[in-house]
Ligand binder design. Structure first.
Ligand code: ATP
Ligand code: MG
Length: 205
């Protein structure tokens, strides 16, 4: 079972995952959390390049390709072996982030982006993807309070609005894979929603 969390900046992905992992482990599942970009030594080095505020001149195509390089490595080195061993892998972002940010955000050709993703992932599609949906300004405000501002956060509010709109289109286009959770609710309520939806999915598999 491969589960991915998606959503705009500050929607809660990173803060929810450790609690979901703990909850599922208590229930007896073997769970492996990971994150994108990152999750392997090579991918974390690429993450530093992508997030570094000094790299303001990075072209959207460079950005897109670096994400795919980081992704190819984690898919082969971590995600596929864990799934093959029967574990539940929960990833903080995966390829839908590329469609949302590099595709909708940077307004690059979506068909080309999908081809690159397919090359990077070898066609590995999540079993369940959860969109933590949140108003863009609210999310950016949460993040500025949390003090972990990176190069992508610094893109314009219009960019982040296109990202959110892109996610909403993706949910509509693939309703079987996606579940949406209202991330504007208080944190505990969001966590409850996430637990319910994930258990539902695991139970039916
Ligand atoms: N439902 C909530 N209500 C209030 N604050 C929240 C809620 N969810 C998360 N936060 C806070 O918002 C900040 C950003 O959350 P978090 O880092 O988990 O978001 P994220 O989705 O991982 O963001 P990014 O996309 O930038 O990685 C954190 O300080 C977190 O504690
Ligand atoms: Mg995060």
């Amino acid at each position: 079972m491969f589960i991915t969390l998606e959503g705009p900046e500050g929607s809660g992905k990173t803060s929810h995952i450790p609690h979901l992992v703990e909850y599922l482990r208590e229930k007896g599942y073997v769970v492996f959390p990971t994150r994108e970009p990152g999750g392997t030594s090579i991918s974390e080095q690429i993450r530093d390049t992508l997030h570094n505020l000094k790299n303001a001149e990075m072209h959207p195509r460079t950005e897109t390709l670096l994400y795919q390089a980081a992704r190819a490595q984690i898919v082969e080195q971590v995600i596929k072996p864990r799934l093959a061993a029967g574990e539940i892998v929960i990833s903080d972002r995966y390829y839908d982030s590329t469609i949302a940010y590099q595709g909708y955000g940077h307004q690059q050709n979506l068909d080309q982006i999908r081809l690159l993703i397919n090359y990077a992932t070898g066609g590995l599609v999540p079993d369940l993807t959860i969109l933590l949906d949140l108003d863009v300004e609210v999310g950016l405000k949460r993040k500025s309070n949390a003090d972990e501002w990176n190069r992508l956060d610094a893109y314009t509010v219009e960019f982040h609005r296109r990202v959110r709109a892109g996610y909403l289109e993706m949910v509509k286009a693939e309703p079987k894979r996606w579940i949406m959770v209202d991330a504007s609710q208080r944190w505990e309520r969001v966590q409850e929603n996430l637990r319910e939806k994930i258990l539902d999915k695991i139970g039916t598999k």
